[in-house]
Design a protein around this ligand. Structure first.
Ligand code: ADP
Length: 385
């Protein structure tokens, strides 16, 4: 098969997606828009992506499962980082196109390697030190690190699960090694920038998204697109994002999270795939992050990243106590609102803080959207039975 985009439409072209969560589902939905058939590798036949893609049972971490799945595909895309690297390398050597490329994924799978890459290429990051054999804050101090400090698991962490703030000597370390300690930086905002690069090296960038955290729980509350930051902060973050994706030689999407303190912008971490902070691009930008990933990797021209209308993205998640078969209250009340779109991922079981869906509220007055979200939060309830 020749590699033009046109030859992939309405053909026997096979797009493989690892794995089958909500990101995989939305990716497959966008592929279906062009009559491109998707296959998804996931342990569960009830995974969200199985609604729209052909499901194959297997573990993304298992070498044989990933290899045998990928071997029957033309292009393999990832919706998560924790995928067996050996299998992906073998597939690439045998002619299957894999994005992110295994060499790029190897750097990103390990937060310490990410930091080394960023430092070597002159990007600003919080200072870090590798540590080992530590049980408590006292051991950490013994390695010459002053408290408080932020400990991070090098691999496997997500949604704050691989991060622990150590404040005092007797704080017990709960994270698995290998670890590193990172200086606790002052920050007044956190941003995410989604940038895309195609096979020819063309780069396009979306405006920064602001991640707003709940003061009480410290968990992500909602996202604002575009971020309410100065033009100078926004430009700094976007130009760093464009530089980083090119220096990484990455093809596909890269979501880069930044810490902002006044006019200073430093890089926190990155993900080489569609990202939670980019769902709103479906309604709010001319080209969604999902379509953009397909364009970049399937040989189509990159799409317009401009904002059509500003928006707020709100994740519908389980509460601290939700558990069991999911039921949703007041979704149709929310759907009465003329400027809100509802996305439900298709997870039958709700668990504490599990992402079950999201809402996009759009309009030109951000303060009105924030008030509207407050009202929605009083109505919407996710229950477990
Ligand atoms: P994850 O990938 O699990 O989300 P992050 O590295 O993004 O982990 O950390 C989670 C949150 O912890 C960040 O969003 C930020 O609020 C806080 N955090 C992480 N690193 C630092 C740091 N060096 N200084 C201050 N806060 C931090």
């Amino acid at each position: 098969m020749t590699s033009t985009f046109e030859n992939k439409i309405s053909s026997y072209f096979r797009l493989g997606i690892i794995s089958g969560g909500q990101l995989g589902k939305m990716l497959a939905q966008h592929a279906a828009q062009w009559d491109i058939e998707s296959f998804v590798l996931d342990m569960s036949a009830n995974c969200p992506a199985a609604f729209v893609a052909k499901h194959q049972t297997g573990s993304p971490q298992n070498e044989d499962d990933v290899y045998h799945f990928g071997k029957t595909m033309d292009v393999v895309l990832l919706e998560m980082e924790n995928v067996n690297l050996k299998a992906l390398r073998k597939l690439e050597q045998e002619g299957v196109q894999v994005f992110p490329r295994p060499d790029t994924l190897e750097i990103i799978q390990d937060k310490w390697k990410q930091k080394e890459f960023l430092v070597q290429n002159g990007f600003p990051v919080a200072k870090g030190t590798e540590i080992s054999n530590v049980k408590n804050g006292s051991d950490v101090e013994g390695m010459g690190i002053s408290l408080p400090t932020v400990l991070k698991a090098k691999v496997g962490g997500y949604d704050g699960k691989g991060v622990q703030v150590i404040k005092q000597k007797d704080d017990e370390i709960l994270l698995p090694e290998p670890l590193f300690a990172e200086e606790m930086v002052a920050l007044d905002k956190e941003l995410s920038v989604i940038v895309v690069r195609d096979i020819e090296g063309n780069v396009r960038c979306y405006d920064p998204v602001e991640m707003v955290f709940d003061d009480a729980s410290n968990l992500l509350d909602y996202l604002v697109f575009p971020a309410e930051v100065s033009e100078s902060v926004s430009q700094k973050a976007m130009s760093m994002a464009e530089d980083i994706i090119s220096k990484l030689n990455h093809v596909g999407l890269l979501a880069i999270e930044f810490f902002v303190d006044g006019d200073d912008v430093i890089v926190n971490e990155m993900a080489p795939r569609p990202h939670n902070s980019g769902h709103q691009t479906i309604e709010s930008a001319y080209t969604s992050q999902y379509e953009q990933l397909l364009r970049a990797t399937l040989g189509a021209p990159l799409g317009n990243t401009k904002i059509k209308v500003p928006s707020i993205l709100y994740n519908i998640t389980g509460s601290a106590t939700s558990l069991g078969k999911v039921s949703y209250d007041a979704i149709s009340d929310v759907m009465k609102m003329s400027n809100v779109n509802v996305h439900i991922y298709g997870k039958r079981q709700v668990k504490p803080f599990r992402k079950m869906g999201h809402l996009v509220l759009y309009g030109n007055q951000m303060s009105e959207l924030k008030d509207q979200l407050k009202l929605i939060k009083t109505k919407l309830k996710i229950n477990g039975k």
